[in-house]
Design a protein. Sequence first.
Length: 294
Amino acid sequence: MSTSTNPDTESGTTGNGPTGHFRATHPDERGATAWRQISALIRRNLTHIKRQPEMLTDVTIQPVMFVLLFAFVFGGSINIPGVDYKEWLLPGIMAQTMAFSSFIVAIGLTSDISKGIVDRFRSLPIGRGSVVIARSLSSLIHSMIGIIVMSVTGLFIGWGIHNGVAKGLLGYLLLILFGFAMIWVGILAGSALKSVEAVQGVMFTTIFPITFLSNAFARPEGMPGWLRFLAEWNPISALVQAMRELWGNDGLPLAADAAWPMQNPVLATVIWSVGLSAILAPLAIRAFNRRTTD
C-alpha cells in the first residue's frame, strides 16, 4: 500500500478523494500474485468448513452410510459368485462420491454469486479466474476428505489394496483426475442456474441416476442390452473398473463381449476425464464470465 496522501496519483486509481472508491488498474499492482490470490480464496472456502463442520456430512456421513447399507443390508441380496461384495463395492462408492463433487462446487459457486460475494471480489485486485480455480481446488480437497474417510471405513469392513503401492496410488490419481473433470460440470451448473434450490434439483436428477447407471453397484452383464451399453460406456464405469483392477478388488474376468472402456479402463478414464474437461471448461468459463458480468 502506498504511504502517499494522494492515492489517485500514486497508485493509478480513480476516485474522488479519501472517501472515494478506488480500483487498481492491474490485478497485481498490490503485489498479489495469482497463486497468492488463489491460496487466499482456498483458505476462505475451507474456513467455512472449519466454522460449519456440518458441511462435511456429504463426504463423511453420507458415503459411510452408503458403504454400510450396501455392504450389510443390500449386499446380502446382491449375489456375485466369486466376489467379495464389500471389496467390490468400495471403488464404486468412491467414484460416486467424486462425481458428487460437482454438487459441492455448483452449490458453493451459486451461493457466492447470489449473495454478491463474487461482485465484492471484482471490486478487489483479484483476477476473475482466481475465484473459479480456488473454488475448484477447495471442492476437490473437500471430496478427497470423503475418499480418506471411506478408505478408513473400508479397512474396517474388509476392503484392501492388494496390488502394491504404485497401483494403489494410480487408482487414487485417477479419482482426482475424474474429480477435476466433474468440477467443470459443477462450475457450468453453478454459473448457469440462478439459485441453490435449482442447482440441487437439476444436479440431483442428473448426477444421481448416472452414478447408478454404471457398474458401481451391480455388474452390467445382468442388465438389458441397451442398458448394459449405456452402463459400460458410462465414464463412471471406466473409473470404477480401473480402480478394481488396480487395487485387486475384482475377482471375476470381464465378459468377452465387454465394451472397449471396460477392456481398457485406465486409458478410458484418462480419455474421458481429459475429454470432458476440454469440452466443459470453456463452456463453464464462458457461463461464469457471462453471469458475473451482467
